[in-house]
Ligand binder design. Structure first.
Ligand code: ADP
Ligand code: MG
Length: 243
């Protein structure tokens, strides 16, 4: 379980996250929604310690951390292993084959042996529908394929949570579908997912929990059903503008 309490983050004196408290249950899919600039990426990046809020508590299972006190290098590595981030623009290593993109982390960071790491990478490639792409380089992939490799790469690290920041917003609708299909499957397998997306139909289908933020405030934190049936005018307007 991942839990945040009273997270505050400012950029240049401008408050971007304002006392955010929420829990991301394990083995569930949480979708983070909200207008542009509302703080979604900052929140997601804080979970992975790519952003450092000035204050707030971070609880991971039985361990409690305090943003105000900071994190040791060891703690940062530990948290990053538990929370793999998938970026909008994939961030694959261009000079490595698809297979090596996936095995690099397990071998270098988790100290796995090469053969089992390769075997697992092949299995993950199959899972994301790219069993035949192990030997190619990222520039030979479509955006949808590259993002599926990035997802396979994140899974190879065996994280507790996979964090995805608008994973399909750089993709044409056709390519978006193949990525959403993979995410849908992961959600069904009970992989813990935290997804920032603007795709309302997908959010509605895959989210177990919805966190809606605006101007750094939590406006809604609850079940999918409650979110899509809310009477809150601001949220009703948002949903209808996005669909
Ligand atoms: P969202 O992902 O919901 O669009 P962000 O978390 O990216 O929102 O940004 C929230 C606010 O913080 C925006 O006003 C954005 O301009 C600002 N912001 C984000 N990152 C930085 C940064 N590195 N430096 C300064 N301002 C930033
Ligand atoms: Mg963003």
């Amino acid at each position: 379980m991942l839990k945040l309490e009273k997270l505050n983050k400012s950029f240049n004196g401008h408050r971007v996250l304002d006392s955010i408290s929420t829990t991301f249950p394990e083995h569930e899919t949480t979708v983070i929604l909200g207008p542009s600039g509302s703080g979604k990426s900052t929140l997601l990046r804080s979970l992975n310690l790519l952003e450092r809020p000035e204050s707030g508590l971070y609880r991971f299972d039985d361990e409690l951390f305090d943003f105000a006190k900071g994190f040791s290098t060891k703690e940062v590595l530990k948290i990053r292993r538990k929370t793999e981030m998938v970026f909008q623009d994939y961030n694959l290593f261009p000079h490595l084959t698809v297979l090596k993109n996936i095995t690099e982390g397990p071998i270098q960071v988790l100290h796995e042996k090469s053969d089992p790491a390769k075997k697992r990478a092949q299995e993950l490639l199959k899972k994301v529908g790219l069993g035949d792409k192990a030997a190619v380089y990222p520039n030979q992939l479509s955006g949808g394929q590259a993002q599926r490799v990035a997802i396979a790469r994140s899974l190879a690290m065996k994280p507790e949570y996979v964090l995805l920041d608008e994973p399909t917003s750089a993709l044409d609708p056709e390519l978006e579908l193949e990525v959403l299909k993979v995410l849908r499957q992961l959600a069904q397998e009970k992989q813990s997912l935290i997804i920032v997306t603007h795709n309302m139909a997908f959010a509605r289908e895959v989210a177990e929990r919805v966190l809606f933020i605006e101007n750094g405030h939590v406006l809604f934190d609850g079940s999918n059903q409650d979110f899509f049936n809310t009477k809150n005018k601001r949220i009703v307007d948002f949903i209808s503008a996005m669909t």
